[in-house]
Ligand binder design. Structure first.
Ligand code: SF4
Ligand code: SF4
Ligand code: SF4
Length: 498
């Protein structure tokens, strides 16, 4: 279904009611508010509405199909996939939605493969799903599509900005890492919840999409990857200002120079020094404004609506929670024009971030005025600060970790596992970047940087400390995340559904 012309408005309302699709009904009822808000044109409104309608229809048809099965398992999902000519990954994505909405319960069944000596430890291999279908009337099940206010209130909002960038009535704002909602304007469509990486995030499925795999499998601590390199830029303007190897900036340099993108999204310093703000880059001259690592949270995707026009090609540079939100929105595509314009996802490694106020407290600990800071860095377990007159101070991360944002405690991803290409310093020598190629898009981009002689590149195996160090630190972050999630669960606090 792709145009209003084929059906009547009344028919659409009736079907939305029959499906008990609160989200579709909210969009239908708020048509005037959405158009008047000016964020989406009437055509874009219809395309979002019908795309969401299609998704809801598919989801409920899977639910109804599962209800008719005496046993629901992976074979049944394959049968549904064949009958409806749907990719099995799409079926899994619908299954995750049903699970998130408490319409089904899923148990994953694994086989244990015994260890083959010290080199090959024992491992679990996915075998099947046991799916329990709750057969109550759908109308008895509470809709999960609430506004993201519940994410703000439970202190698990990562501050990525996606919700504010897509809200059809422009009633959300993310500032200083925290969200605000104008409840009088909110139409309760739940689109914000749908795109949010902290509502539900099907991590295994996301790895499958990255890998283009059709089977569920386990991945290493850095997620799916094709190749890993150590690299640094050869572009003089970038090497003069970059923090480490300058590879993320060089990707943008190449993409602008070769007309592969119209815009890029990144972070620049605001008028308040060391408080970043989102930047819409329009050409390669803007890249210099984004140089250097910023440790204060930046809601990059808050300005997504600035390129809602059709057929733009956009690159986004951002931390893992930003990449997660983009990949989730690719999998659950509801036709948001700006999200569909994103063609390159360039991820940055991130261990944790701080609020601006916490950064001021770190400066107090180090007895340094924030205006005197030239560069900050996290390395070898310490937070380093370099001043404009060449002094260096540091504090062990352990001593300041209580100042990190609470939401970062429930973040499992160090290396931007959802990106096309991920860039960071861990694993490579000083002045170089570790570069993880994850998708064919990322591979093609990296090969182009080499072909155009824009970077120096070595296999990661040729440098120290290399991949083992990166895997180790990524594992530490994952374990920390599990611990914090369990602690929150014990206190009956809300946690993201991973
Ligand atoms: S805040 Fe969320 S639920 Fe409310 S209108 Fe915006 S996107 Fe929809
Ligand atoms: S995590 Fe991102 S999308 Fe979710 S509520 Fe926070 S800013 Fe919005
Ligand atoms: S630690 Fe995770 S949640 Fe926090 S800023 Fe980094 S990527 Fe986002």
């Amino acid at each position: 279904m792709d145009s209003e012309g084929s059906i009547t408005w009344e028919y659409l309302k009736n079907v939305a009611d029959t499906l008990n699709s609160y989200r579709v009904r909210a969009l239908i009822d708020a048509k005037d508010e959405i158009i008047n808000a000016g964020r989406y044109s009437e055509d874009q409104y219809y395309s979002i509405l019908f795309k969401m309608f299609d998704e809801e229809l598919l989801k409920y048809s899977l639910f109804e199909f599962l209800k008719t099965q005496p046993i629901a398992n992976i074979e049944i999902l394959k049968e549904f996939s064949q009958k409806n000519s749907l990719d099995i990954k799409k079926v899994y994505s619908l299954l995750e939605l049903l699970r998130s909405e408490n319409l089904i319960k899923i148990e994953e069944v694994y086989d244990e493969i015994e260890a083959q000596g010290e080199e090959t430890p024992s491992k679990l291999v996915f075998r099947d799903f046991k799916i329990e279908v709750y057969r109550e009337d759908i109308s008895l099940v509470k809709s999960i599509y609430e506004p993201v206010e519940i994410i703000f209130d439970s202190n698990i909002c990562s501050g990525c900005g996606t919700c504010a960038g897509v809200c059809p009535v422009n009633c959300l704002n993310i500032y200083n890492g925290f969200g605000q909602i104008d409840k009088d304007k909110c139409i309760r469509c739940g689109i914000c919840y749908y795109v949010c990486p902290r509502s539900y995030l099907p991590v295994k499925l996301m790895n499958m999409y990255q890998d283009n795999a059709s089977k569920i499998k386990e991945y290493t601590n850095i997620g799916n990857f094709i190749e890993v390199y150590s690299a640094r830029t050869k572009v003089k303007e970038i090497s003069e200002v970059c923090q480490d190897g300058g590879i993320a900036s060089t990707c943008l340099y190449y993409l602008f120079d070769n007309q592969k993108i119209d815009f890029a999204l990144g972070a620049k310093m605001s008028n308040t020094i060391w408080r970043p703000e989102p930047l819409l880059l329009q050409n390669k001259k803007d890249i210099i404004q984004t140089a250097g690592t910023k440790y204060v949270n930046n809601p990059t995707l808050r300005i997504l609506n600035e390129f809602n026009g059709s057929n733009h090609s956009v690159a986004v540079v951002g931390v893992p929670c930003i990449m997660q939100s983009l990949l989730k929105s690719e999998i659950y595509n509801i036709g948001i024009p700006s999200l569909n314009n994103v063609k390159y996802k360039i991820g940055i490694f991130c261990m944790e971030s701080f609020s601006y106020q916490s950064l001021l407290k770190i400066c107090e600990v180090l007895k340094i005025a924030i205006n005197d800071i030239k560069k900050m860095d996290i390395n070898k377990g310490k937070f380093f600060v370099y001043t404009n007159n060449g002094e260096e101070s540091s504090v062990p991360i352990k001593e300041i970790s209580h100042l990190a944002r609470e939401d970062c405690e429930v973040c499992f991803d160090l290396t931007s596992e959802s990106a096309d290409i991920s860039v960071g310093s861990i694993g490579s020598p000083s002045g170089w970047n570790t570069v993880i190629i994850r998708t064919e898009t990322g591979k093609k981009l990296y090969e182009s940087l080499i072909a155009k002689d824009l970077i120096e590149s070595k296999p990661i195996e040729e440098v120290k400390p290399g991949l083992p160090m990166l895997q180790k630190i990524a594992g530490i972050k994952k374990n920390g995340c599990k611990k914090h999630i369990n602690e929150k669960k014990e206190k009956n606090l809300r946690v993201p559904i991973y």
